[in-house]
Write a protein that binds this ligand. Structure first.
Ligand code: SF4
Ligand code: F3S
Length: 365
């Protein structure tokens, strides 16, 4: 019997077609509309907006594609990226990505454990060689022959190389997997490395952050599944969709920065008024991440909104480059790319796409 498509599997779980279209809208929002490849929309009604056409294109792809296995390895990590993933913005997005796209191995989320889950991983890697996606969370220690981190009696290095060998692509989620993170901070006793320091013969996408924004991880997985390839990356292998602009460019405190109004301690009048945190060490101007737009916990908040300067958690070397809470010497004089005080672009785009998808779906019925 032919393997079920992602759509068939989704529907067999008791979801409706409307749920499916909603999830497709959330997926497109997570992938970032601006960077979704142009769609072949000749068979779609001309009155649909580009956003609605993209949603329909994604839906069409998921109706015909089989589920893609994902193997998720955790090494020197705190599981914070996995934890953040379970708090992702849309329950239907999580249903689609976690259940339908099929995470076959995850130390924290899988129900099975021990020999059973290790055997399942081996079976999936053999059956889907060249097709599965490998997600890595946590850094890889090289010191002492990798003895600082072992899973099932084998070193992280050994496990990574084995799984990377048969993977179609690799996603390093979180600063630790991307750039070494906290374990690699001076004096780096375990000689911790990021994935791309070790795997050089396969595409490695970095989704840094502490933790990574879950929508950036699921959006990148979704992009691979829908379009059969990776999104456009920057020079640090980060998807431009999520890392194309700085935190400062989208920051809600930016008008205070422009007006020269800065908090100088965490409990002064400026802090109470929500002024810019630059003089408290904020690294938003040099940090590329989408947290000011997407935020966490269903768009509830992000560090700067809750009163904490950006620590630069999506950049290499952020622990050693820290200097947390030390005021920057003078505000940077860099050009704005707009959106000061404006709407959180990606979230708004995602929301409007979901709404459009719902409207289109209602018309279909
Ligand atoms: Fe926001 Fe920090 Fe930029 Fe101030 S310096 S506007 S707090 S990102
Ligand atoms: Fe990280 Fe700075 Fe965002 S510390 S979560 S990139 S505000």
């Amino acid at each position: 019997m032919a393997e079920k498509t992602i759509y068939e599997h989704f529907i067999s779980q008791g979801f409706s077609r409307r749920d499916f279209m909603k999830a497709c809208g959330a997926l497109v929002g997570a992938m970032g509309l601006r960077h979704v490849p142009p769609v072949a929309a000749s068979d779609l009604p001309a009155h649909l907006s580009r956003g609605a056409k993209v949603v329909h294109t994604v839906a069409k792809a998921l109706e015909s594609k089989p589920r893609v296995p994902v193997i998720w390895l955790e090494f020197q990590d705190c599981a914070g990226c996995s934890e953040a993933l379970t708090r992702s913005q849309s329950p239907s997005l999580i249903d689609l990505v976690l259940k339908e796209i099929s995470i076959e191995y995850h130390e924290t989320l899988s129900a099975a454990a021990g020999h059973q889950i290790e055997a399942n991983k081996q079976a999936i890697m053999a059956a889907y060689r060249g097709q599965y996606l490998l997600v890595v969370e946590g850094s890889i220690p090289l010191a002492a022959d990798g003895a600082y981190c072992t899973v099932g009696g084998r070193s992280a290095l050994d496990q990574l190389k084995e799984a990377a060998d048969g993977a179609a692509a690799i996603i390093a989620t979180g600063n630790c997997a991307a750039f070494g993170g906290l374990p690699a901070a001076n004096p780096n006793p375990t000689d911790a490395k990021g994935v791309w320091d070790i795997i050089t013969d396969k595409p490695v996408v970095n989704i840094p952050g502490c933790p990574a924004i879950p929508e950036a991880t699921t959006g990148t997985i979704a992009h691979f599944i829908v379009f059969g390839g990776l999104p456009e990356l920057d020079s640090l292998n980060r998807p431009k969709t999520f890392y194309g602009v700085t935190v400062h460019d989208r920051c809600l405190r930016r008008p205070f920065y422009e007006a020269g109004k800065f908090a100088t301690s965490f409990d002064d009048e400026g802090a109470r008024q929500g002024w810019c945190l630059y003089k408290l060490g904020c690294k938003g101007p040099t940090t590329y991440n989408a947290c000011a737009s997407i935020k966490w916990d269903a768009g509830l908040s992000f560090p700067i909104q809750s009163g904490h300067p950006c620590l630069g958690c999506s950049e290499p070397n952020f622990w050693d480059g820290g200097g947390f809470y030390q005021g920057q010497s003078a505000p940077l004089n860099r050009p704005t790319i707009g959106m000061v005080g404006g709407a959180a672009a990606l979230g708004v785009v995602a929301g409007s796409i979901v709404a459009t998808a719902n409207k289109s779906q209602q018309k279909e019925k």
